[in-house]
Design a protein around this ligand. Structure first.
Ligand SMILES: [Mn+2]
Length: 357
């Protein structure tokens, strides 16, 4: 019989969202996380199990609102078994919510030693981090009891082979599990297989900053003995979108504003615009920001001054000399690195010139 499983991780409830420009927006994003989780719960309605592979909470302190919310959500799927393994952000210890709060009868939180929950269809193994810095190697501690059954493992861990619970590919290959449901890495890995063991990071279901751009989701798994298929299902409320816009052709601020609004496709998202190219007039990023109607916007000016570099390099001045040397180095540099280096140097010299005057 096939098992239907929803696999999520790194929800990070009660995350402060400090990267946003206003505190009210952070509150909206915390609510977004709840809405996203409700979406996951709706998906789990039609599944047999829900796996949560660590960092369900962002920190050790969890708000009452979040706990009550979770209890209600888990109750909605009381016919579905929920398995939670604590991660580095929400490690399991005597005072943690995992030890003190009752999440409901259908919810199992793994302890800090290898554990197995035997169900009719499969054996579900799991373990929680016991400290935020869990440097034990946890996977080699597991021994599959019944190789003929479906054996699944829920665990937070770092497949990069270093740091928190380092997970070795060679151990995945020999662990005897049919699927290892990982958490920790916030980018989705896609379904992987090593030997006969499938494994995956679903990534976080909702981005928390511009280092977590694009679609975020969960894995809808179909598991049978020795075989797993996975569908990545986006569930995010809002995406972080980072875009570069070349403003070399703009003649005034209004032109840039038009370009940015043209690049704005889904105003519910968080946008970061990087202005590139050259500009012959000063750019006020605050003015540009205020003219864009998106949930949150940041504008970063990476343009270089529109000057005739060849002509400037012949000028007898500090700026002229700087430009001359810069142009000599240009051939050996990446275009992006040259632009950044030139802009930085040039603007320092311009400031110096102003200070002297
Ligand atoms: Mn995490």
């Amino acid at each position: 019989m096939d098992l239907k499983i929803i696999h999520t991780a790194d929800v990070h409830f009660d995350t402060p969202f400090s990267g946003l420009s206003e505190t009210e927006k952070a509150a909206v994003r915390r609510q977004d996380l709840r809405t996203t989780f409700s979406t996951i719960i709706s998906m789990a309605q039609n599944a047999d199990m829900l796996f949560i592979s660590g960092d369900l909470f962002d920190g050790r302190t969890v708000s009452r609102t979040t706990l009550d919310f979770l209890k209600r959500e888990f109750f909605k799927i009381k016919h579905v078994k929920v398995f939670i393994a604590a991660g580095n952000h929400d490690c399991f210890h005597a005072d943690s919510v995992y030890a003190t709060f009752d999440f409901g009868e259908n919810v199992h939180v793994f302890g800090t030693e290898p554990e197995v929950v035997e169900t009719e269809s499969a054996d579900i193994y799991g373990i929680s981090f016991q400290t935020a810095n869990e440097f034990r190697e946890l996977l080699p501690r597991f021994q599959v009891k019944n190789p003929a059954k479906m054996n699944l493992l829920v665990m937070h861990g770092n497949l990069m082979g270093e740091g928190y619970n380092p997970v070795q590919l060679s151990d995945i290959e020999t662990c005897g599990m049919d699927y290892v449901a990982l958490g920790h890495v916030h980018a989705a890995s896609g379904l992987k297989v090593r030997g006969t063991c499938f494994y995956a990071y679903p990534g976080c279901p909702e981005g928390r900053g511009f280092d977590e751009t694009g679609e975020k989701g969960v894995l809808a798994l179909t598991v049978s003995k020795g075989h797993v298929t996975a569908e990545f299902v986006p569930v995010q409320q809002k995406m972080y979108v980072s875009t570069s816009v070349d403003v070399s052709k703009a003649e005034c601020m209004e032109d840039i504003a038009k370009q940015l609004n043209g690049a704005l496709k889904e105003p519910q998202n968080m946008y970061r615009f990087r202005l590139t190219g050259s500009s012959s007039f000063p750019i006020d990023t605050e003015v540009l920001k205020s003219g864009i109607d998106a949930f949150d916007v940041s504008v970063i000016d990476e343009t270089v001054p529109a000057v005739d570099l060849e002509q400037l390099s012949r000028e007898f001045s500090l700026k002229g000399l700087f430009t001359k040397f810069a142009l000599e180095d240009r051939a050996n540099m990446e275009a992006e690195a040259f632009e950044l280096a030139f802009k930085t140097g040039f603007s320092i010299l311009e400031k110096e010139e102003r200070n002297e005057n």
